[in-house]
Design a protein around this ligand. Structure first.
Ligand code: FES
Length: 326
């Protein structure tokens, strides 16, 4: 597991429900907070079945005094990280890292389109505020299942005015990616954070438009698939093993618990270190990573064990995969 960063004990200073499923935590720090740029995140240690595990949450907005802010969506079928976060009370302690950034905002682009889906608003919110402060040409699309899930709405409207569209699934609204992307100048940059289906749709539209791949920048959250999580079976003939992966447990954790030692790093479907060979599938692989291309996902020859799952059956795996053979 990665993380050589300095860690500290933060104290939960306040808790605010932004919507029925999104809760914001303001964290007071034992020392002056390090400044951070839009797109930064914290690694936070949560307790899952008594075991410490890292989770990554984007820092929300700009630094405020001696505190950091994060927001967490309660995901009932998650591995338990969001449930742990939602169990925290004001005054509780939280082991956090210093800010880190894998989703850097380039301030030199001539034009920007920001796209947020659901809780993907957390890094995009700070980008919108920072670009608006610089009077940069920026448009934004913000999709969510319901209108009440559009958190930070008044702050976003104050920053972007008419330049933001709020799209709610339950109102029958759809994000018009084609229209938004085709209206951009040739060197515009797009920043997107949201579930995998949204990211796939943006990537497809972007590639079809013939624009430079480097101008599309994204971050996702690795528990968002095409299908609802369900239990599935796993066979590993090389180890003579057969076991089940329940909802709320990742394939990676199930493999390691079964004694099939599997490497990992990001646990977000990004680095490819946990990739394992697929021998056969009964059902459908729900690829939840951003590591493989769309074509590789169709072939179903390998699976990112940290985030991807199977629906409608199970999978036979060969544990002999070596990441340096990618
Ligand atoms: S640990 Fe990085 S993709 Fe799975």
């Amino acid at each position: 597991m990665r993380n050589n960063q300095r860690r500290m004990q933060a104290i939960v200073e306040s808790i605010r429900d932004l919507s029925p499923t999104i809760r914001e935590f303001t964290l007071a720090l034992p020392e002056a907070p390090l400044p951070y740029r839009p797109g930064s995140h914290l690694s936070v240690i949560v307790q899952i079945n008594g075991r410490p595990e890292p989770r990554f949450y984007s820092l929300v907005g700009s630094p405020m005094g001696d505190t950091y802010r994060i927001a967490v969506k309660l995901a009932p079928d998650s591995r338990g990280g969001s449930r742990y976060m939602w169990s925290l009370q004001v005054g509780g302690r939280l082991d956090i890292s210093e800010p880190n950034n894998h989703f850097e905002l380039d301030f030199n682009a001539p034009e920007y389109l920001l796209i947020a889906g659901g809780i993907g608003i957390t890094p995009i919110f700070g980008m919108a505020q920072a670009l608006s402060r610089r009077n940069a040409p920026v448009q934004m699309l913000y999709g969510s299942r319901t209108a009440e899930e559009h958190v930070y709405r008044s702050e976003l409207e104050a920053s972007l005015g008419q330049r933001i569209d709020f799209i709610a699934d339950d109102a029958g609204q759809k994000m018009d990616l084609q229209d938004a992307i085709s209206g951009l100048g040739p060197n515009a940059q797009v920043y997107v954070c949201g579930p995998i289906p949204l990211l796939d749709a943006v990537r497809r539209t972007w590639m079809e438009s013939g624009r430079p791949p480097a101008n599309l920048r994204f971050e996702t959250f690795g528990n968002s698939g095409q299908y609802a999580a369900e239990k599935f079976w796993v066979k590993v003939p090389r180890h003579d093993l057969e076991f089940e992966v329940p909802v709320g447990v990742t394939l990676l954790d199930a493999l390691n618990q079964a004694g099939v030692e599997t490497l990992y790093d990001c646990k977000r479907g990004e680095c490819g270190l946990c990739v394992i060979n697929v021998v056969s599938v009964d059902g459908t692989v729900d690829h939840r990573d951003v590591f493989f291309s769309a074509a590789q996902k169709t072939q179903n020859k390998r699976i990112c064990a940290c985030v991807s799952r199977v629906v409608g059956g199970g999978v036979v795996l060969d544990s002999d995969y070596r990441p340096d053979a990618i």
